[in-house]
Design a protein around this ligand. Structure first.
Ligand code: NAD
Length: 285
């Protein structure tokens, strides 16, 4: 298995998890965030997961140290110039992702693979107008990245076949189960999942049932591990809302994807789930 110099841009919920997944497989990771506090939080999350692994006897103390030491927090994008693969996991905003990819194409080698963990935005649009678009692809992990086996490998209009194969193999070597998807709004999983969240929000808005009831019903009757509100709290309600907005607009405002005002109000209030201590449920205790 090849080992790479990897860059992960964005050290939030997903970036921290992706950095850990890669470091566990022996890759050398530079983890970048514009926000120092986010970087510190990510490193302490990674340390706590590794400590738990050691306590459970999954890894030795030496392995824990080696994995932790292979992740380097950085704040300047120029520090990713030597990377073979960069995985972008910043907030779900097209303008932000486009500007990051522009910078990456300016500093990285022309054969470095530039991947986005976007949940819903167009790979083709992120790569649009950039040099060597053949090496720009989607690699979409699921939350929590160290646990969830599935990843979507997303082919943009100009992604190269050789590059797709290489990313597919890279994902397999990470121990993941890659699924190839074409570049359509929300790809496979987030398109299928929209009604799961949206209909639950409509049921709540119509006062048919409470958050707790809906979650319980979906677990008992639907066999889901988590209900739609528990899952939004885990994902981040802001991230979930941004994905729904993007899918809705990319499908030219088809009514079935219309975002929920109730969910929008949660974002406006800053009660965006576990990461803020409060979402549909209270996590302060
Ligand atoms: P998050 O809000 O937890 O983290 C985003 C991070 O990006 C923050 O730490 C922020 O400081 C950083 N950032 C913002 N602008 C930056 C910049 N210019 N340079 C460097 N860092 C910058 O978000 P997240 O939940 O980790 O989501 C990240 C991406 O992963 C999004 O595209 C999202 O759609 C996707 N995704 C999220 C989930 C999920 O369940 N949360 C699952 C799969 C994919």
């Amino acid at each position: 298995m090849a080992t790479y110099r990897l860059g992960v841009v964005g050290a939030g919920t997903m970036g921290a998890g992706i950095a850990l997944v890669c470091a566990r497989k022996g890759h050398h990771v530079s983890l970048l965030d514009a926000n120092q506090t986010a970087l510190e939080k990510a490193m302490s999350y990674i340390q706590s997961v590794l400590l738990r692994d050691e306590e459970k006897g999954k890894i030795s103390g030496q392995q824990k140290e080696a994995i932790f030491q292979s992740i380097h927090p950085v704040q300047e994008i120029g520090q990713l110039a030597e990377c073979d693969i960069v995985i972008e996991a910043v907030s779900e905003r097209l303008d932000l992702k486009k500007s990051i990819f522009r910078s990456l194409t300016e500093i990285c080698r022309t054969d470095a693979l530039l991947l986005t963990n976007t949940s819903s935005l167009s790979i083709t649009e992120i790569a649009g107008g950039l040099p060597h678009p053949e090496r720009i692809l989607g690699l979409h992990f699921f939350n929590p990245a160290p646990v969830m086996p599935l990843v979507e490998v997303i082919r943009g209009k100009k992604s190269g076949e050789k590059e797709i194969e290489c990313v597919y193999q890279f994902a397999k070597d990470l121990g993941k189960v890659p699924v190839l998807a074409n570049d359509t709004p929300g790809f496979i999983v987030n398109r299928v999942a929209r009604p799961f969240y949206n209909e639950a929000l409509r049921i709540l808005g119509d006062r048919v049932a409470s958050v707790e009831q809906i979650d319980q019903i979906m677990k008992l009757a639907g066999g889901f591990k988590m209900g739609p509100f528990e899952l939004q709290d885990l994902i981040g309600i802001d991230v979930n809302f941004a994905v729904t907005e993007s899918v809705y607009s990319s499908f030219f405002h088809e009514g079935r994807f219309r975002p929920s005002r109730l969910q929008q109000r949660m974002v406006q209030a800053g009660t965006i789930g576990r990461k803020s201590g409060e979402g549909y449920y209270d996590y302060n205790n």
